[in-house]
Write a protein that binds this ligand. Structure first.
Ligand code: IMP
Ligand code: MG
Length: 369
């Protein structure tokens, strides 16, 4: 994913796919043109990269020139087209092929036809690398089309968003959803994860998804997924990852206006982390960070024994049980620490200190994401 000005864009057409589409255009056009020497006219600014790559592939002699038209203002629809540099040579009797980066509404193309109305060219053909059929409102014939794309804003390979992105060798598509901050929150028992999740939720307008709560909710309310999960649990079997992911997806869908999510209790394995990444990808998003509260074992044991005195939770009363839970935590999370660290997404945060201090430390990580 990339950011240009205030917007996020996701990979859409790779450099290799562009190259292949270009080669198809070249082959088709070279075949039709035969032994004539065509004049290729790139429409600036967008088609500078395409024109250069195109003529390098063109197998026979050709001429190249440019006209410069300007239309788009940022993401708005085409304004009236301005002619900044028109035709500078006599094209009488020539075979002319227009090279467009993209044809959207067709306004630019209309202007091109206006420019050629009084030129006595032998033939005028239109070639475009990208074409948005749903947006096209004109009747001009498009003789050569590289790649048809949906009516969504793209950047790269000559195409810009407000000046940026033209230099990219591949093409990106505008992300429809706003930028989200999605966290995987970890912490050993007693680290204060629940308390901190509450603060972060408020501060960043995130939705806290605790897998345990989601399971209990689905089973209690006898949802289809809850019953499915229960059928595995009743057999003493592990609930398959896909069932859990489907439950999480339902939670994500319920909260489409959230600024992001805090995942708590999930993932536990690499496979689950992959599945979670896929889920977020389907929402045009991704996991930004795994944040783990780090607290020394002895501090945890002390805290939990304290808590056990007042909460009455049996698993907080026995030191051996507590130490074992901490050990299990480290065994389980080590894998995920490696998984996210490999993507530079692991952040350990010192979990010893006042609640406010720890919130501050967490915030300073999140604010930098
Ligand atoms: P049309 O005149 O509406 O066909 O649009 C053609 C011009 O609009 C192109 O030459 C681009 O400058 C611009 N344009 C259209 N769609 C996009 C897009 O998805 N990304 C960037 N520029 C675009
Ligand atoms: Mg253009």
């Amino acid at each position: 994913m990339i950011k240009l000005h205030d917007k996020y864009f996701k990979p859409f057409v790779s450099a290799k796919e562009i190259d292949e589409a270009l080669q198809r255009l070249v082959d088709e056009i070279a075949e039709d043109v035969g032994d004539e020497i065509p004049v290729f006219i790139g429409i600036l600014n967008g088609s500078f990269m395409l024109t250069s790559d195109f003529v390098k592939k063109y197998p026979k002699p050709c001429e190249v020139t440019f006209i410069k038209l300007a239309s788009y203002e940022g993401l708005k629809s085409s304004e009236d087209i301005q002619r900044l540099i028109g035709l500078t040579q006599d094209l009488t009797g020539r075979t002319v092929i227009i090279l467009e980066d993209i044809i959207d509404t067709g306004k630019t193309l209309h202007e091109v036809h206006r420019i050629f109305k009084n030129e006595k060219v032998k033939s005028l053909k239109i070639a475009t690398l990208f074409y948005k059929p749903e947006a096209y409102k004109k009747d001009f014939k498009l003789h050569y089309v590289g790649i048809e794309i949906p009516n969504k804003f793209i950047v790269g390979y000559g195409l810009d968003y407000d000046g940026l992105g033209r230099d990219l060798p591949e093409v990106y598509q505008l992300k429809e959803t706003q930028h989200m901050t999605n966290l995987v929150l970890f912490g050993p028992p007693g680290a204060g994860k629940g308390t901190q999740a509450e603060f972060l939720k408020e501060k960043y307008n995130l939705v806290h998804i605790s897998t345990g709560d989601v399971f209990r909710f689905n089973i209690k309310n006898k949802t289809a997924l809850g019953m499915l999960a229960k059928s595995f649990m009743d057999k003493g079997a592990l609930v398959p990852d896909q069932v859990t992911i489907d439950m999480l997806e339902a939670e994500v869908e319920k909260n489409t206006d959230a600024n992001g999510f805090i995942f708590d209790g999930f993932p536990r394995t690499d496979a689950q982390a992959d599945a979670l990444e896929k889920l977020m990808d389907s929402k045009d998003s991704h996991i930004n960070a795994m944040i783990a509260l780090e607290v020394d074992d002895e501090v945890l044991v002390k805290r939990l024994l304290e808590r056990g005195k007042t909460s009455g939770r049996k698993d907080d009363a026995d030191e051996t049980v507590i130490r074992n839970r901490i050990k299990v935590y480290y065994n389980e999370t080590a894998i995920l620490k490696d998984y996210y660290a490999a993507q530079d997404k692991y952040f350990g945060v010192d979990g010893v200190g006042s609640i406010e201090d720890i919130t501050k430390r967490l915030s300073s990580v999140i604010d930098k994401l």
